[in-house]
Design a protein around this ligand. Structure first.
Ligand SMILES: NC(=O)c1ccc[n+]([C@@H]2O[C@H](COP(=O)([O-])OP(=O)(O)OC[C@H]3O[C@@H](n4cnc5c(N)ncnc54)[C@H](OP(=O)(O)O)[C@@H]3O)[C@@H](O)[C@H]2O)c1
Length: 297
């Protein structure tokens, strides 16, 4: 199932919805994998399921590794792990590579890359797309910002969970590409929510409507994969609104810097804020339909 690749000693930090299966693919492909997670239970569970070692602190986990891979929450988490209270960079072997799969700002990536240089380490921002299902199936899309020389190694190490990978430019370009992804997704989900809301108001059979139009110009991943759960009012899965708000705030901050006009993204971010106020922060991003239905009621 996995390609023949040279084996490495890898540390994986952050065994959440995404990191848990990604670290699992690395172990299954034959790498020596050392894992760390803030809460112990996920780490214990991972060690039961996969071949690898778990450690109680970050410094021990990362020492003597060829590469350290992270998939945690937000900017502050990466900062704290790499140069803050856990100070992973200080414990890493000189020359080692850091691959950050966390969705963060491009500024964080630039800061981490220059801190890495001070420790004689290498850093790459490699955010992912494809959701938890993509991570479980090893079918993620990876957006890479790195120095040219590091790209072949990144491509090889991440191959067990990658369907598509591309280097978009130097440090920060991976995160900027992920921003484009989130800008496109936000607009798509709101359009899908409005389409379903309109169909309901018009008394149409929404499943049939989606079956037909998903085959034409309106078709999208969101439409194919989310319309039925939206119709069923099921939102306890997928990509949490809290994460999407983090991502859209990052997009809006970057747009303030580069002058892009993100009118719709700004509006959708506000709608997600309303859903958070209603206590739906951990629900899937497709819950934008819920907002329209509640406003009507
Ligand atoms: N879920 C998706 O569909 C998806 C898709 C693409 C990209 N992403 C991005 O990928 C990243 C991870 O997402 P996820 O869904 O896997 O999140 P998640 O399920 O909340 O997992 C995050 C993991 O990171 C750990 N962590 C967070 N902050 C930490 C810190 N300061 N120190 C140590 N460990 C820390 C958490 O530990 P605990 O177990 O202790 O909480 C948890 O295991 C996020 O940046 C997200 O935006 C997610």
């Amino acid at each position: 199932m996995y390609e023949e690749i040279p084996m490495a000693t890898l540390a994986f930090i952050g065994l959440g919805n995404m990191g848990y299966p990604m670290a699992g693919h690395l172990a299954n492909s034959g790498h020596e994998v050392r894992v760390y997670n803030r809460s112990q239970t996920k780490k214990d569970q991972w060690i039961k399921e996969f071949r690898g070692q778990g450690f109680g602190d970050v410094a021990t986990t990362v020492s003597n590794c060829d590469a350290v891979i992270l998939c945690v929450g937000r900017d502050d988490d990466v900062r704290d792990l790499l140069i803050g209270s856990h100070n992973a960079m200080a414990a890493m072997r000189p020359g080692a590579l850091i691959i950050d799969h966390t969705t963060t700002s491009a500024t964080l990536a630039e800061d981490m890359a220059s801190a890495a240089q001070n420790f004689n380490l290498r850093f790459a921002d490699v955010p992912v797309s494809g959701g938890q299902q993509g991570a479980i199936n090893g079918q993620l899309s990876l957006m890479v910002g790195c120095h040219t020389d590091d790209y072949p190694e990144i491509k090889q190490l991440t191959s067990p969970y990658t369907r598509m990978i591309e280097r978009l430019g130097d440090i920060g370009c991976g995160q900027k590409t992920k921003m484009v992804n989130q800008i496109c997704v936000a607009g798509l989900i709101q359009a899908l929510a409005e389409g379903l809301h309109f169909a309901e108001q018009a008394g149409l059979d929404r499943s049939k409507v989606m079956e037909v139009i998903s085959q034409g110009a309106a078709g999208s991943w969101q439409m194919s994969n989310r319309h039925q759960t939206m119709i069923d009012g099921e939102y306890q899965h997928g990509f949490a609104i809290d994460w999407m708000r983090k991502d859209l705030d990052i997009c809006l901050e970057e747009a303030n810097r580069n002058g892009a006009n993100l009118a719709i993204t700004r509006l959708v971010n506000q709608y997600y804020g309303e859903l958070q106020t209603l206590g739906a922060g951990r629900q899937d991003t497709s819950a934008l339909l819920l907002r329209l239905q509640q406003q009507k009621a």
